[in-house]
Design a binder for this molecule. Structure first.
Ligand code: AHR
Length: 495
């Protein structure tokens, strides 16, 4: 089979916001405790944070991290996690005793030390306008007011300057503590956002969209919530997790097409509200949770979790090379929507459905999904190009016809990087057509899949990387057209 990718530097999607390569740390399982934070670990710094995890986070190329949830935020009392007296509580989202050892200051200072931008969420489940505005003041306020002065009393003089804020989390989901209908949530989010912005006018606000495209309220939720929040909101959130269900490999490999359709539908919903209001405002997308997660096939559900303490192992999915190819393809989709998706968080960073795993008191390692993310974050710079891809399609049960080859390309100065996916079980020849342009692609990275189930542990992850992640040579420089052969079920990045 053969596909054609038409590429020209003059045809562009938009500038890539570095926040497209963000991740997420929730107080869930071992994401915080024994994940980023483990005093006593041999690599722990003076603040108790694991150096090995921070180093892998840097290698992953994560620009920004969302915190503290997720479902966790919807029953979180942030005041109990600052200052000298930390009050443990039962986190109802994950049925875990949260010791509150790590809170807002510890996280924000860790992110700052690591050069990572923080993205914060406020609790609009069990709390409201006042607590949200107070948290913005605590983080960003100058000396001379109550909550800013509390931060200073807690040892931090300079405001943190947190720019991006989520107005709650997945408020459309019946599992959410304090779940609301679209009108209730929309009104609360509008008032909370208004108050937060009156504290700090420089912040950007993310309002909750649907928890997935499969929610019964998908579409109408976006419309109603945006009608209420139009004047305060900057971004609308999207969340999506993909998995192989019942051995349906083709549908799983087509996940990027599902993500693409989801983005188009949400963009259409936002633009429909703009049209109705005759507004020139462009609401963009914060895709603040995305990943492969064996949610339907392996997760027991929040309600079935026993009440636990001491950083229990919750949703520690182990990934295969196939999962890594799909993650690479999802990144291709995100790049192709760079004009409307400035923010995307790989959910999550460590231990919980994560590219980085740790053992308490032991090593930290890269899961197979680490590699396509790190490579894309490193190579995708500047502007996303608007490609035209034509070629064979394949039939899937879940998504109907999907393209066999997907592609994205970026342009930074005169440097082009190309990202290519072959979803089929056959090799595919791709003709990159670049009329009048000389393309010189260098040595890149390829990830290939296989049928092997994922096996836990650092040795297995290293063996998968050894077999399935390799350096590949780019084609010889050429003017007009270049041919690249893609391995079966593979993701390739060529700078
Ligand atoms: O990332 C895990 C969970 O998935 C988050 O807490 C929640 O927002 C989503 O349902």
């Amino acid at each position: 089979p053969r596909a054609t990718v038409l590429l020209h530097p003059d045809f562009r999607v938009g500038e890539i916001d570095r926040r497209l390569f963000a991740s997420f740390v929730e107080h869930l399982g071992r994401a915080v405790y024994t994940g980023i934070y483990e005093p006593g670990h041999e690599t722990a710094d003076e603040h108790g944070f694991r150096r090995d995890v921070a180093d892998l986070t840097r290698e992953l190329g994560v620009s920004m991290i969302r915190y503290p949830g997720g479902n966790f935020v919807s029953n979180y009392v942030w005041e109990d996690g600052v200052g000298p007296d930390r009050l443990p509580f039962i986190d109802l989202a994950w049925r875990t005793i949260e010791p509150n050892t790590v809170g807002t200051d510890e996280f924000l200072q860790w992110a700052e030390r690591e050069g990572i931008e923080p993205m914060m969420a406020v609790n609009l489940g069990t709390r409201g306008v006042a607590a949200a505005a107070a948290l913005v003041e605590y983080c960003n306020g100058e000396a001379g007011s109550r909550w800013a002065d509390l931060r200073i009393a807690n040892g931090r003089t300079e405001p943190y300057g947190v720019r991006l804020w989520c107005l709650g989390n997945e408020m459309d989901g019946p599992w959410q503590i304090g779940h609301k209908d679209a009108d209730e949530y929309g009104k609360l989010a509008a008032e909370a956002g208004k108050a937060m912005r009156l504290v700090d006018q420089s912040i950007e606000l993310v309002v909750c969209g649907s928890s997935s495209m499969m929610m019964d309220t998908f579409g109408s939720w976006e419309q109603t919530v945006l009608e209420h929040t139009w004047d305060v909101v900057d971004h609308l959130s999207m969340h999506a997790y993909y998995e192989e269900l019942d051995g349906d490999r083709a549908s799983f490999l087509g996940s990027g097409t599902s993500m693409d359709r989801f983005i188009r539908r949400v963009v259409a919903s936002a633009d429909a509200v703009a049209a109705r209001r005759r507004s020139d405002k462009v609401v963009t997308i914060s895709f603040d949770e995305w990943n492969v997660w064996y949610l339907q096939s392996r997760f027991v559900g929040e309600k079935n979790l026993p009440l636990q303490r001491d950083a229990p192992r919750i949703i520690e999915d182990v990934y295969s090379a196939l999962d890594a190819v799909v993650v690479g393809d999802l990144l291709v989709t995100l790049l192709n929507h760079a004009d409307r998706v400035p923010v995307a968080c790989l959910a999550q960073l460590v231990n919980v459905i994560a590219p980085i795993m740790t053992e308490p008191g032991g090593p930290a390692w890269r899961q197979p999904t680490f590699h396509p993310f790190a490579t894309t974050a490193r190579l995708a710079r500047g502007t996303a190009l608007d490609l035209r891809v034509s070629g064979p399609s394949m039939t899937t049960t879940a998504h109907g016809e999907v393209p066999v080859v997907t592609a994205a390309a970026t342009l930074d100065g005169s440097d082009v990087a190309v990202f290519l996916v072959n979803r089929s079980a056959e090799p595919v020849e791709v003709e990159l057509s670049h009329p009048g342009v000389t393309l010189a692609l260098g040595r890149g990275v390829q990830v290939t899949a296989d049928d092997e189930p994922a096996v836990e542990g650092p040795e297995h992850a290293a063996a998968v990387a050894e077999r399935h992640v390799s350096e590949v040579d780019g084609p010889a420089p050429a003017t007009g057209s270049t041919v690249v052969t893609l391995a079966p079920e593979s993701w390739t990045a060529l700078p």
